[in-house]
Ligand binder design. Structure first.
Ligand SMILES: [Zn+2]
Length: 455
């Protein structure tokens, strides 16, 4: 059996990746993923990114299942190839052990995502169950870990290693949760298709300082912003105005990150309408909103996530003539576009208006991100002075959750610039390799001969 014509359109951006192809996409549609989360707040970005990949069946174990029915309906509207339901016990409809036996072949893995206490107690409990490949992400506020276990012994050693530690600050899941979700979905894809290298050692990420390292035994997950600093950030963000240019693969998670952080004033600019080929990555849209302007579809979803957000939409193309007028209303721009000419335009307009902007790009399994603050650091043309846009290939391969990772990074960058907390990617370039689950942050410098910001 092959993919239907509709599925070929839906997953076009995956199918053209040689490591996936039609066979890989079909395998994903037959895969089952078990997801363990505390509640729907920590589940939703993960459920969306698994559905974006085209995982056929998601079975959820929730400690608190309030609101799950409506989330399940939304996820199945986002991808009608995906079914999502409770794993066991949660809906009191009986024993699912038979279900678990039935679905184990062909591709089967599980994800545990949440705060430290939850993950620790759950992992210990799962030791008594049949072992299957497992992805674990512990996260809280800006920090988190990611580790993938392909054998039972390493999973056991994780449980022993963490058993002696202290309780974490139980502040609400913050940006790190969405970021973790996209990373977990990528690991899950690699497990299901047996491609790339999963992260067997523990990755420790810190979005506040943009640090990514291999965790050792002294891993410190316990340092957090205190209540006063959190309130301060919240206050600064509630006064800020942010414009997101492009409401697609990058703009979707970036906007989710901003509304999760309680930003009150958000602008969205995009000329396109929702298409089926968007739905392998653009988590703000859905099947029932195909044909609707993207900015309207996004506004609908964002208000569902946070009814307090005020959204101003621009269903227009960004051009020299309107860029200055629109940008001048905002404190910061998130460049979530998919082409080089728009990036040059955003760069030059931001430079002339002295507006900071967070930039990211994606291709296949890779992502880049950097943050540009006029007169304080490099600009986009310092990095790429003469991109010959005539020679760009039309290859638009992109793995669904990769823009998820990068868009949440852009949201983190925007929050730091607006609040003055943490270390940003100013004069730095972040490189993400999803195939090997690796992050690198390198220094970049302003180019004195830059056509935009040079002397
Ligand atoms: Zn420059």
């Amino acid at each position: 059996m092959s993919l239907t014509e509709e599925q070929k359109k839906h997953y076009a951006r995956h199918i053209i990746i040689p490591e996936i192809g039609q066979q890989g996409q079909k395998k994903l549609l037959y895969s089952t993923v078990l997801v363990y989360c505390e509640d729907i707040n920590s589940l939703w970005p993960l459920a969306y990114y698994l559905a974006a990949l085209g995982i056929g069946k998601i079975l959820c174990d929730l400690k608190d299942n309030r609101g799950a029915g409506s989330l399940f309906a939304d996820v199945m509207d986002f991808n009608n190839d995906t079914s999502i339901d409770y794993l066991k016990g949660n809906d009191n409809s009986g024993d699912f052990s038979e279900e678990k036996e039935r679905v184990i072949p062909p591709s089967f893995c599980r994800i545990i995502l949440g705060n430290y206490d939850y993950v620790k107690s759950l992992a210990a409990k799962l030791l008594n169950e049949k072992y299957i490949p497992t992805v674990i992400s512990v996260n809280n506020q800006w920090k988190g870990t990611l580790q993938t276990f392909t054998d039972e012994d390493s999973f056991k050693s994780f449980v022993t290693l963490t058993a002696g530690n202290n309780t974490l600050d139980s502040g609400q899941p913050f940006l790190a949760n969405g970021f973790s979700a996209a990373l977990c979905a990528i690991e899950c894809l690699k497990l299901c298709l047996n491609i790339g290298n999963v992260r067997k050692d523990m990755l420790l990420f810190d979005l506040l300082n943009m640090e990514f390292e291999q965790a050792d035994s002294k891993v410190n997950l316990f340092e957090f912003l205190d209540e006063a600093d959190r309130t301060d950030i919240k206050q600064k963000l509630s006064d800020a105005k942010v414009l997101i240019v492009g409401v697609g693969g990058l703009g979707s998670p970036a906007a989710c990150g901003m509304v999760m952080a309680d930003i009150k004033n958000l602008g969205l600019l995009d000329l396109d309408d929702v298409e089926i080929s968007n739905l392998n990555r653009q988590i703000l849209h859905s099947f029932s909103r195909i044909g609707m302007p993207k900015v309207s579809s996004a506004e609908f979803m964002l208000k569902k996530l946070n009814p307090k957000v005020s959204v101003k939409t621009y269903s227009t193309e960004l051009e020299w003539d309107n860029a200055s007028e629109i940008f001048s209303e905002y404190d910061l721009i998130i460049a979530a576009v998919d082409n080089i000419p728009s990036r040059y335009l955003i760069n030059d307009a931001c430079y002339s208006l002295n507006k900071p902007f967070a930039e990211a790009g994606i291709y296949k399994f890779n992502g880049t991100a950097t943050t540009l603050v006029p007169n304080q650091g490099h600009c986009y043309r310092c990095l790429y002075p003469n991109f010959d846009t005539g020679n760009l290939s039309s290859d638009k391969s992109v793995l669904g959750p990769v823009p998820g990772v990068m868009g949440f990074i852009q949201a983190a960058e925007a929050m730091k610039i607006l609040s003055g907390f943490g270390k940003t990617l100013k004069n730095k370039l972040l490189l993400f390799d999803a195939f090997d689950m690796d992050f690198n942050v390198i220094d970049v410098a302003r180019n004195p001969k830059c056509p935009t910001c040079g002397e």
